[in-house]
Design a protein around this ligand. Structure first.
Ligand code: C2O
Ligand code: CU
Length: 466
């Protein structure tokens, strides 16, 4: 595998989108017309690698990667008609947003996949402010690896005061020197191990900022959109606190300069520029003993002359963390399979198969002994029930467990509940437990967001009966 190379920063032309948004906003009465803005999934070409390499053929929303940054005020409605101009069926999942079930974008569960040439209307009002993202939820191992994702930012009614609000979209590409995406999306070796790990980690900054002033206060929204790579991200010359995880505010900001993000996880930081004038503020990925710079921001003078005051918690969302919780329903989840996992057999489509037969079906991971989506839900509960899912990772790999339609909290060793999250990164061998109030009716996926693992079996679902 090639070492991760230092990317040259994002070079997407976002002018088209910005012009489009301004035009819409400037046309009063337009909102009353039945015109829903389109979100077109289509092949395009984008500059991912440095200029000396060719551009990369991608699949992107509106032909861009990341797709258009969708930004709303809290309480505002999002409407988009997905238009599929891809050679494959697709859909959009609004990751981390507590949407009504029919808007969740899961083919075979909440809607049919949108066939090439077809379209689908998404409309909902995100209840919570924060950093979210949207992505294809069909053949997602391939479609997200090809670029079908974008950010959805919901602004607080009163956002914290900062000089810059920058989204940092972190992706992991597997590219050839000719710029092409390596199209080996079905590699069993990836599926049975840590997934499709690329050779080029890229941070796209939205908006594209290359310069900061000393003492500037900056909100950074880090989003790991990689199909499988876990990223340890460090901030250098920037000092402050983690203020939100997976879109949800922390009750107490945590002073730190790094965060580990599993696939799909997000972290919001508020930081002050502490690098000296003439120096650089850096965002880096740390792997083993090495660090690779993903973004370098030149620091100039001219900012405020002294350091800023304390970093306050973000305003709380309609969804507030549970303080304590006595679960009314408990459902265990045991993860098995993968390389070095010792799985001997499993259920697949209702039949008991040997490991050899499972491998022939491309199924190598199980939840509670079942590979792929089971017929019956992991648990069926009533709206309002408190659900606890103790999870045991009996595999040799980490997993990023994502629940649709809800945020959950981890039950910590002392019985207290951790911060709200929508994806929990579990290391190998770990046993951890999540708790949530099932307040969103419908059928919801629970799966590993390492998409290779999801594809190769790691998924189940829960039913919240209205
Ligand atoms: Cu990011 Cu099943 O989703
Ligand atoms: Cu996994």
């Amino acid at each position: 595998m090639n070492p991760i190379q230092k990317p040259q920063g994002p070079r997407l032309n976002r002018r088209t989108f910005l012009a489009g948004t301004a035009a819409l906003a400037a046309t009063p009465g337009f909102a009353h017309a039945e015109t829903i803005p389109r979100l077109v999934a289509r092949p395009a070409s984008a500059r991912i690698l440095p200029a000396e390499y060719p551009e990369t053929p991608i699949w992107g929303f509106d032909g861009e990667v990341p797709g258009p940054l969708l930004r709303l005020k809290q309480g505002e409605r999002l409407m988009r008609t997905l238009v599929n101009e891809l050679p494959q069926p697709t859909s959009v999942h609004w990751h981390g947003v507590r949407v009504p079930n029919a808007m969740d974008g899961v083919p075979g569960m909440t809607q049919d996949a949108v066939a090439p040439g077809d379209q689908f209307d998404y409309a909902f009002t995100p209840p919570d402010a924060g950093t979210f993202w949207y992505h294809s939820h069909n053949q997602s191992t391939e479609q997200i690896a090809r670029g079908l994702y974008g950010l959805l930012i919901v602004d607080e009614a009163e956002p914290p005061e900062v000089d810059h609000d920058i989204a940092v979209v972190l992706d992991d590409w597997r590219l050839r020197e000719n710029g092409e995406i390596v199209d080996d999306f079905d590699r069993m070796h990836d599926w049975t191990h840590a997934g499709r790990i690329g050779n080029y980690v890229q941070a796209s900054l939205l908006p594209r900022v290359s310069q900061l002033r000393r003492h500037d206060r900056v909100r950074l929204r880090l989003v790991n959109v990689a199909v499988d790579r876990i990223m340890k991200i460090g901030l250098h010359g920037l000092s402050g606190a983690l203020v939100a995880l997976d879109g949800m505010p922390l009750q107490t900001p945590e002073h730190t300069d790094h965060v580990i993000l599993g696939p799909a996880q997000r972290a919001d930081f508020i930081v002050d520029v502490t690098a000296d004038e003439g120096d650089e503020a850096l965002i880096a990925i740390h792997e083993r003993e090495e660090a690779f710079v993903l973004a370098d921001l030149h620091v100039s003078g001219g900012g405020s002359s002294s350091a800023r005051g304390a970093i306050n918690p973000l305003p709380s969302n309609p969804l507030v963390p549970l303080e304590t919780a006595q679960a009314t329903t408990e459902a265990r989840l045991i993860m098995e399979g993968g390389a070095m996992g010792g799985l001997r057999q499993g259920i697949w489509k209702g039949e008991r198969l040997s490991i050899q037969q499972l491998v022939e079906q491309g199924q190598v991971w199980t939840f509670n002994g079942v590979a792929g989506l089971p017929e019956a839900p992991l648990v069926e509960v009533a709206v309002g029930d408190i659900v606890e899912i103790p999870m045991q990772n009996d595999t040799a790999f980490p997993h990023a467990i994502h629940l649709h339609g809800h945020h959950f909290q981890e039950r910590l060793a002392d019985g207290a509940l951790g911060p709200l999250r929508d994806t929990l990164l579990m290391d190998r061998g770990e046993t951890r437990s999540i708790v949530f109030r099932a307040d969103n009716p419908g059928d919801w996926l629970l799966h590993c967001h390492m998409l290779s693992h999801q594809k190769a079996g790691m998924k189940t679902w829960i039913r919240v009966a209205a």
